[in-house]
Design a protein around this ligand. Sequence first.
Ligand code: BGC
Length: 759
Amino acid sequence: MKKNSILLVLLLLAQLVSTAQNSNIKSSVKNVESKVDSILFMMTLEEKIGQLVQYNGSWDLTGPASEVGNKQKEEQLKKGLVGAMLNVLSVDATREAQKLVMENSRIKIPLMFGYDVIHGYKTIFPVPLGETASWDLEAMEKSARIAAVESVADGVNWTFSPMIDVSRDARWGRIMEGSGEDPYLTSLVAIAKVKGYQGDDLADSTTIAATAKHFAGYGFAEGGRDYNTVNIGENELHNMILPPFKAAANVGVATFMNSFNTIDGTPATGNKMLQRDILKGDWNWDGFVVSDWGSITEMIYHGFAKDKEQAAEIALKAGSDMDMEGGAYEAGLMDLVQEGKIDESLINEAVKRILRVKFKMGLFEDPYRYANPDLAKEISYEQHREVARDIAKKSIVLLKNENELLPIKPSVKNIAVIGPLADDKDSPIGNWRAQAEANSAVSVLEGIKAAAGDDVNITYAEGAKLGIGERSFLMPLKINETDRSGFSEAIEKAKNADLVLMALGEDAFQTGEGRSQAKIGLAGLQQELLQEIYKVNKNIVLVLINGRPMEITWAAEKMPAIVEAWQLGSESGHAIADVLFGKYNPSGKLPVSFPKAVGQEPLYYNQKSTGRPYSEEHVTFSTYTDVGKDPLYPFGYGLSYTTFEYGDLKLSSEEMNENGEITASISVTNSGDVEGKEVVQLYLQDLVASKARPVKELKGFKMIELAPGESKTVEFSIDEKMLEFYTANQKWEAEAGDFNVFIGGNSRDVKKAQFTLNK
Ligand code: BGC
């Protein structure tokens, strides 16, 4: 009898698996759910736990190496005891790994292959912070789409992106990976990125599953030090940190990744309130949560779990579904169930979430659909680079342009291109560069040479090296503090030039994971070099190549022109030349405040007012007595080669009724000589509320294009939903009272009006 029932189960199993693989599974919710249930029904506890395990493919470590050796991993794959891999690249390698599962395991549940595709795969787009400066959501969706296609062509079907951690601290190395200090803008970027990666149908073989990370609070690490403690209250969590995650969940992001940090003493990985109550409960999200690299086991170092078993118990109960390269679930879950410390239903729930995503990806239909050797042949990398150039030029922010030094005039016949980053073909690729070839970006020098006419003489000098020795993803960068041997050549070349282009900033490996810095100025000898060059030629355009806001106060005062060119990716130099020579009129706006001094960090425009906002008359007000409290360049700031004049802000009514709507309008005129684009920004302020509210919050923006002399009226509808925040009642709602409306070209220079919400 026992034997018979086993046979029966096996028969059922074979039937179900073949139906799952062969039939045309439509992604209807009901269908997916019943398939998930049938597979789950057939699984042993060991196989279920296996689905919760993710292994690294070994050669591209992004964290401490695990104890599980390659041979052992292979055996586990064959037994079907692995749910996903990361860092396994190429069609062949992913096929091989998938084959181990599909040809050997009992239930044959296909693997997912994850990778950090952060700003492109082979074709590299601007680092996310830079790309956000374009405020061009369509462009951001497009770059994600291209990244997805290139990833799939290399067997990758899951990206650990977008990183949507709001961050206000320029010291934090990972600020380059996100969209800056504003939750509204970050939410819109999150939506664009998820749509770009996942397309309309996750089962389409050119889409990849996306990950909203890091859930949550990672960008608020104390002192900007990576992995550090986060101490924030409920108000900040709900109003500032969670909105982009909610936006990603709403738009159907397939997975979430939790974060390394503790929040108010609880590691995010072991945080039930975040993962179970909010994400899976209140937001009703049906994907799965992957831990960050080893973050379940790291709860031991947090002093939150005594060993792997306890860490596994805490994490699973808190809603972490998959253990990335941590070995805790593998080591602990079986015993925990047998000891009765964990109910198997919790494991079932996690497995169901993972299977659901795999079904939606169409992996049960065809486990090899993302390992298509023909796809790479169909891709035009050349076309992708054109798109990369377009997005790169849109991401550039013009910070200063005295006496209209830019665009470069035809009368300029001698240009000296100087600086450690001037002919650097690697740093513009930035960190988290996926499979970009080293040194594959167009350098500033190459871009300038290609764009300048034959009658322009271009000279070049490095001046000083920035980094010395070998650079690598895991080791800190050594900075050149002493070698000035290139100074004299650079000074000589600058002396004889009509115009000097100084390319300074950061090496690609000064930002990114684990690369927090206590100093954010021009590292090494760059500042000294700049000052030496300035002594012999004052006609300098400073081109900044960097992944974080920098302290450039001296330069901001002395340089006639400054161009923020971030790390713009593969087409960097061409994009920079497009802007410098006026082929493209810059339209980028800062997604993050630039400080006057690092001591102002964290620095952000959407701050609370404090009980002592400001007075110039005496000291008992909230400011810094040396540099003041204002940024050097505010959030939303960016110049154009033309100028825009804003008229008066008009409201359709000074009263808004419950569920009502009013319109704010303003006329914007191009008062300069060339056509230009402007990002018109809408900010709101709730004047009196049950919780102190920010002095300003971005609530809308519109990109307009104006010919010289042309005016346009820009309108924004303001409805009650836009006035909502997480109130003292612990829910999102709008409170009656007065609101300020601000509209302008940045968060500082705005026109103002006021209305009242009646409820
Ligand atoms: C990072 C994640 C990344 C993961 C896998 C971790 O160290 O924090 O953002 O996705 O490694 O590479």
